[in-house]
Design a protein around this ligand. Structure first.
Ligand code: GH3
Length: 301
């Protein structure tokens, strides 16, 4: 598993209780602490999000149950396992905690060894789940994001842009004359070609929010948030050039003596009437089809 230490957030209104748990766990985990539920939510939603939250129940203002409920309600924090650590030892309290979505419940007084073991089990499970989730969103051949990941991000961007009114562009990319490439050089060479093209495409957009994904066999998609028609054109040019610069020989192409791509671009902005992400994809697909019929190795909007 990852060499980086997993992070445990300890939430308790009593600093002395935090100290006891932190002393038990600090050799194996990076420790974050909070003495209030609100602060715990802030840390859980931040970039340094924990892999496990140890949560006290009786706290002033927002108690542990309410904190847990809010964590489980929020898409961005739902997957973080919560373990209650509490002086409440009634079965009813435990039942309530587990019903709120907590993964485990530890009553005080506790045994140090048992706390360590339970924390280890929950953290290991979380890291495995994270790994599986990452695999499920990655293309197996090229290692870049896959269609499922792309469609998730597109849906998120679409709902964001309907709120902030920023433009959004899509580029649909298809490798030209790939059938003759496979037929003559073999499927192994075809797969190598796909991997090299995927890397080149991934490096071409310049902003960290831009997303390049493998969408189908020899089809890729680029999502360009806050990018207008002109910006999309610049990126499309760079993509075409990045693939040409690979200089992968293709003697059997009618287009060029090396591997090339065609690109279809589509933009949603304030003046545009497309009402769904599906329509935006359809527009990119139509532009790609025109780029193909007009000779390939080009982009069209
Ligand atoms: P065009 O320029 O009109 O798009 O022509 P093309 O030959 O690229 O398109 P066509 O749709 O006729 O052929 C697609 C080929 O892509 C079929 C298959 O050999 C290849 N292909 C699709 N997915 C993979 C893959 O994962 N690996 C390999 N090696 N080849 C693939």
């Amino acid at each position: 598993m990852s060499e980086k230490k997993a992070t445990v957030l300890i939430v308790d209104d009593q600093p002395s209780n935090i100290h006891v748990l932190a002393s038990l766990l600090k050799a194996d985990y990076r420790i974050l602490t909070a003495t209030r539920g609100e602060r715990a939510l802030e840390l859980a939603r931040s970039k340094q999000a924990p892999d496990l939250i140890l949560l006290d129940i009786i706290m002033p203002d927002m108690d542990g149950y309410e904190t847990c409920r809010l964590l489980k309600e929020d898409e961005s924090t739902r997957a973080i396992p919560v373990v209650f650590v509490t002086a409440l030892d009634d079965a009813k309290d435990e039942e309530e905690g587990l019903n709120l979505g907590a993964s485990d419940y530890i009553s005080k007084p506790f045994s140090s060894a048992i706390v360590r073991a339970r924390v280890r089990n929950q953290v290991n499970l979380k890291l495995k789940t994270d790994m599986l989730e990452q695999i499920a969103l990655q293309d197996g051949l090229t290692g870049i994001p896959n269609r499922r990941y792309f469609d998730q991000k597109l849906a998120e961007e679409w709902s964001r842009l309907s709120r902030n009114g920023q433009p959004l562009s899509l580029l649909m990319i298809d490798i030209d004359q790939f059938k003759p490439y496979n037929d003559h050089y073999g499927h192994g060479a075809g797969d190598d070609c796909l991997r090299r093209v995927a890397q080149a495409l991934s490096q071409a957009p310049s902003r960290p929010v831009d997303l390049v994904a493998r969408y189908g066999g020899k089809e890729f998609m680029v999502l360009l948030p806050d990018t207008d028609k002109q910006g999309a054109g610049h990126v499309a040019e760079r993509l075409l050039e990045a693939v040409r610069a690979l200089e992968i020989p293709h003697e059997y192409s009618d287009v060029a003596s090396r591997v090339t791509i065609s690109v279809g671009a589509a933009t949603h902005d304030a003046a545009d009437e497309k009402t769904s992400a599906e329509q935006l994809k359809k527009a990119a697909d139509t532009a790609l089809y025109r780029a193909k019929t007009q000779g390939r190795n080009r982009w069209l909007h």
